[in-house]
Design a protein around this ligand. Structure first.
Ligand code: SF4
Length: 235
C-alpha cells in the first residue's frame, strides 16, 4: 500500500485501516481483495494500520487525500478507531479528505459530534455502480457535508441520479479495468455527463474501462474531449 496514487481525482491515499467485506456488485473485482490474496493475507479481516494510521500528521503540503482506498471508512469493524481518525482530520485542515463509502446507512451515526454542517476539509461520497444503488446517493443527499460526491465506478449499468443530484457537487465516472472487466456502455457515461450539466454538478470521467486498460485518465475521451471538473477544495 503506497501513499502515492495513480487515481486521477486525488493526490494521496490514506489507509488508517485495511481489509473489508463485499457489499454489492461493484465489489466483485475489488483490487484490495486481489492484492491482499496475492500477498497471502485475508482481505476480509479489517486491520488497524500500524505504519500509516498517523501518516497525515507528517504531510505538510496541501493535498487531496482519498481515505480508505483499501477499505471502507464506515466499515463496522473500524468503529473503535474512527474517532481517532476524525481527530487527525481535524488536526490537518490543510488536507482535503475524500471520504468515499458503500455504507451510507452508517454515516449519520458515525460522524463526529462537532460535525455540524460538515468539516470544511471533508468531502463525503458514495459509490453507485448501477440503478439499484442510487439509494446510496439519496441517503448522502440527506446528510450535511461541505462537498458531496458520487463515484460511479465501476459503472455497470445506466444510472439516473435525478433524485439526488440537486444535493451533489461532483460525479466521477469510470469503467471497470482488469482481466475480468465488465464493459461500460458509453451511453451510460454520456447520460451522467448530461445530468451533471443540467444540475450544475462537476463531472469527472476517469476511465472508459477495458483490458488492457489503455483508456484511462487523459485518454478517457468522450465525444472528443476529456472531462476533469472537480469541486473547489478548502485549502
Ligand atoms: S467496499 Fe470497496 S474496499 Fe470494500 S470490498 Fe467493496 S470495493 Fe473493496
Amino acid at each position: 500500500m503506497s501513499e502515492t496514487t495513480a487515481i486521477a481525482w486525488t493526490e494521496k491515499t490514506w489507509n488508517p485501516w485495511h481489509g473489508c467485506t463485499k457489499v454489492s456488485p461493484g465489489c466483485a473485482h475489488c483490487y484490495m481483495f486481489r492484492d491482499k490474496t496475492r500477498y497471502g493475507q485475508d482481505p476480509s479481516v479489517v486491520v488497524r494500520s500500524k505504519s500509516t494510521f498517523n501518516a497525515p500528521l507528517r504531510w505538510k503540503e496541501p493535498a487531496l487525500v482519498f481515505t480508505c482506498s483499501w477499505s471502507d471508512w464506515f466499515h463496522e469493524d473500524a468503529d473503535a478507531w474512527r474517532d481517532e481518525a476524525w481527530a487527525i482530520i481535524r488536526q490537518t485542515p490543510h488536507l482535503t479528505y475524500q471520504v468515499l463509502t458503500k455504507r451510507p446507512e452508517r454515516i449519520r451515526e458515525h460522524l463526529p459530534s462537532d460535525w455540524g454542517k460538515g468539516y470544511a476539509n471533508v468531502w463525503l461520497g458514495v459509490s453507485v455502480e448501477n440503478q439499484r444503488w442510487v439509494e446510496r446517493a439519496e441517503m448522502l443527499a440527506q446528510i450535511p457535508a461541505r462537498v458531496k460526491f458520487v463515484s460511479a465506478e465501476p459503472l455497470l449499468g445506466p444510472v439516473d441520479l435525478a433524485t439526488a443530484l440537486i444535493h451533489l457537487d461532483w460525479v466521477i465516472v469510470g469503467g471497470e479495468s482488469g482481466p475480468e472487466q465488465r464493459p461500460m456502455d458509453l451511453e451510460w457515461a454520456r447520460a451522467l455527463r448530461d445530468q451533471c450539466e443540467s444540475f450544475g454538478a462537476a463531472f469527472f470521467l476517469k476511465q472508459l474501462g477495458g483490458h488492457p486498460d489503455a483508456r484511462a485518465h487523459d485518454k478517457a475521451v468522450l465525444d472528443g474531449r476529456t472531462h476533469t471538473a472537480m469541486p473547489e477544495r478548502s485549502a
